[in-house]
Write a protein that binds this ligand. Structure first.
Ligand code: NIG
Ligand code: FE
Length: 388
């Protein structure tokens, strides 16, 4: 049974052949949802007859947000760490251990419910596709169960056994890399599509990151990487060399790093929630865009460095602090995220695409940045199902 959504003030399709500008915006628009897919997009005046009709009454519509980076399999929280940081202490990779301990101690039911609650929280704010990483287990058993829990909530599952060196291996990081690329990989690969590594001082160096990603690639997992978050380093160059789908964070980039990203298919995924919540300098989206790199945005939802699931918040920060135009930020939060996940069925609203549609209580997508902190998402369809 098809549903027409009509009288949309401005519909962002992300398909320039369907409307104005790079976002392919159609004014006084309508779309038809048939089953899980978009069946038709055009002007309200031309909409075909359907059984159901939803009148958008002058609201804007955008594709569901595509969040390509989250850490939702965890227990506990790190309120105290955040509170201390906001009172003057700096952020290091060390706090991750707190969440590892809480996650290991939690039951499968608690971890499953916690992940589900955050996926739902993101969905109600317009995120209709979400990637979920492991990385708070750091034993073969705890990483494998983290991934099986992630897989219950999404198809976009990432093995991040190399988040930090597990505490038991603090004196022998090489042995931990052997575990992550050996028995742990064997146990985890069946659940995952992607492999990730935190390439940073205090986590894994360039050689270790290369060993992790190439071992994953041999098992059919596609690389993505936490790169250049806290300092300059080899992560971005490694990502490009290995053909990673995405290099995430990209806060400290040399001109060579920017050029490498611009000359590649590796998406630069910017995670401004992390800089917000660690009071650090934001990545320079303008520099990446001007060089010709593809940019995605994600909240990086995790209990330590960025405890937000709000893509709208990231759009507002990207526009205010990172040199993005409202159009660029919207594209990066939708089509950019889809690129980072190598998906072409989401992140756009054109015939054949998955019917992931967000209606905003605003006449234009620009309001996402113009009205920061205001809950503008008023209706959400995911794969054709009205979920909000
Ligand atoms: O993306 N950078 C590494 N991992 C997370 C932080 C995780 C944590 O602090 O628990 C991030 O920022
Ligand atoms: Fe992250």
């Amino acid at each position: 049974m098809a549903t027409a959504v009509t009288h949309i003030a401005a519909l962002v399709t992300n398909d320039p052949s369907l409307g104005d500008g790079p976002l392919g915006i159609v004014h006084d628009a309508a779309l038809v949802i048939d089953g899980e897919r978009i069946a038709w997009v055009g002007r309200t005046a031309d909409v075909p007859a359907t059984d159901n009709r939803v009148v958008a009454e002058g609201r804007a519509a955008v594709p569901g947000f595509v969040d390509s980076h989250s850490h939702l399999v965890f227990a506990g929280d790190r309120t105290e760490e955040f509170n201390a940081r906001m009172s003057g202490r700096s952020y290091t990779a060390g706090g991750i251990r707190t969440t590892v301990a809480a996650t290991r101690a939690a039951s499968n039911n608690v971890l499953h419910a916690n992940a589900g609650r955050h996926v739902r929280e993101a969905l109600l704010q317009g995120t209709t596709t979400i990637e979920i990483k492991s990385g708070y287990g750091l034993t073969t058993e705890d990483e494998a169960r983290s991934l099986s829990i992630a897989a219950a909530h999404t198809d976009e599952v990432t093995y991040l056994g190399a988040h930090i060196v597990a505490p038991e291996f603090a004196d022998d990081p090489a042995a931990y890399v052997e575990l992550v690329t050996g028995p742990m990989l064997d146990a985890c690969a069946p659940y995952a599509r992607w492999i990730d590594v935190f390439c940073e001082t205090g986590a894994f160096d360039g050689d270790q990151a290369r060993a992790v990603l190439t071992a994953g690639a041999r098992r059919g997992l596609v690389p993505r990487i936490h790169a250049n978050q806290l300092s300059y380093g080899p992560g971005v160059q490694l990502a490009v060399e290995l053909g990673a789908a995405s290099a995430d964070h990209c806060t400290h980039l040399t001109d060579d790093d920017v050029a490498a990203l611009a000359g590649s298919d590796t998406v630069a995924t910017l995670l401004p929630g992390a800089e917000f919540s660690t009071r650090a300098r934001y990545p320079d989206a303008r520099r990446l865009l001007d060089a010709g790199a593809t940019v995605a945005l994600s909240p990086d939802c995790n209990p330590g460095s960025s405890y937000t699931s709000s893509m709208a918040f990231c759009i507002a920060v990207a526009v205010r602090e990172m040199g993005m135009t409202p159009d660029e930020a919207l594209w990066s939060a939708t089509a950019g995220g889809a690129r980072a996940l190598r998906r072409d069925d989401v992140g756009r609203l054109a015939p054949g695409a998955r019917a992931d549609v967000v209606l905003l209580d605003a006449p234009s997508h620009v309001h996402l940045a113009y009205r920061p902190g205001v809950p503008l998402v008023s209706a959400v369809w995911r794969a054709g199902e009205l979920v909000r």
